[in-house]
Design a protein around this ligand. Structure first.
Ligand code: ZN
Length: 288
């Protein structure tokens, strides 16, 4: 989900793990109905995302024992949002990886305010132990997992977790299938479509992508999402170019998703286009 959550907190819970590929499992954590992933190799296991609190992270960690006795070797956080990253505190003894921007995001005022509203204390928010800029690989024994930042979109720090031998990719909230994706104040609307182009480039007709929320999707789904996300960027550009004020943009625009999913992305979408000016109005030259 997405913007920093501001509503009162629903109870936390974890679903049982369900297999989505050979030795790849997904469980769903409430209150955000977020997908958490587990990839198991012969010598180690890798967890994708950590849940909404250290306590949920600890429960998640305990639940891993229900599907494997292989030790947890690494944790990857797909982006800095609370439902994905606030469980990091449960893994002080395991290497935790995220995009290099995530540590800073977890220290920002928005994240701390969100944590406070969720009943967490500042010490509950732990930064990942390692930030990566582009890519990394984790050897789990008889299989390898690749971690990649193909660009920004839902946030500036979206990571993919690629399981090549399972033809499966965890994509975080770059994609959502339980509902429309969320454009938030920390989204990068004009880069999102290009990042999804990169995701599509990694997929064959048989590849499945596990979104941050909802059931796994295929390449056709990503094509569709890519078009809609590009349409949001295009509409933001049209509004700026025709002189529509930022405060009027949400109502004036034609959007491929419900307005509440777009609203948070208007500000970063406008900010990225600052200085373009209004097209169609010829600048006047000073008289000599
Ligand atoms: Zn998110």
């Amino acid at each position: 989900m997405d913007q920093w959550r501001t509503s009162a907190r629903a109870p936390e819970s974890l679903s049982p793990w369900r297999a989505v590929a050979d030795r790849v499992w997904v469980c769903t954590a409430e209150p955000a109905t977020v997908n958490l992933g587990l990839v198991v190799g012969s010598t180690g296991a890798l967890l994708v995302d950590t849940g909404s609190s250290p306590e949920q992270g600890r429960q998640l960690r305990a639940s891993i024992a229900s599907v494997t006795d292989v030790a947890l070797q690494a944790v990857v956080v797909t982006h800095a949002h609370d439902d994905h990253a606030f469980g990091l505190g449960a893994f002080p003894d395991v290497p935790t990886l995220a995009h290099e921007s995530v540590a800073g995001r977890l220290e920002c005022a928005d994240a701390r305010a969100s944590a406070a509203e969720l009943g967490l204390i500042p010490g509950d928010l732990r930064a990942p132990s390692r930030g990566l800029a582009v890519a990394a690989s984790v050897d789990l024994g008889d299989r390898r997992v690749e971690i990649a930042h193909l660009g920004a979109g839902h946030t500036e720090g979206d990571l993919l977790v690629i399981v090549p031998d399972a033809d499966l990719i965890f994509v975080g909230d770059l994609l959502e299938s339980a509902g429309p994706p969320w454009f938030g104040p920390d989204s990068v609307p004009h880069e999102w479509a290009a990042t999804l182009d990169g995701v599509i480039g990694l997929m064959t007709a048989g590849t499945r992508a596990v979104p941050g929320h909802g059931e796994p999707v295929d390449r056709e789904f990503v094509f569709d999402a890519r078009g809609r996300v590009a349409a949001v960027s295009g509409e933001l550009t049209r509004l700026v170019d025709t002189g529509v004020a930022e405060t009027d943009a949400l109502a004036a625009g034609e959007w491929p998703y419900p307005e509440e999913h777009i609203a948070g992305g208007i500000a970063p979408g406008y900010a990225a286009l600052a200085g373009r000016g209004v097209k169609g109005i010829r600048p006047t030259l000073p008289l000599a």
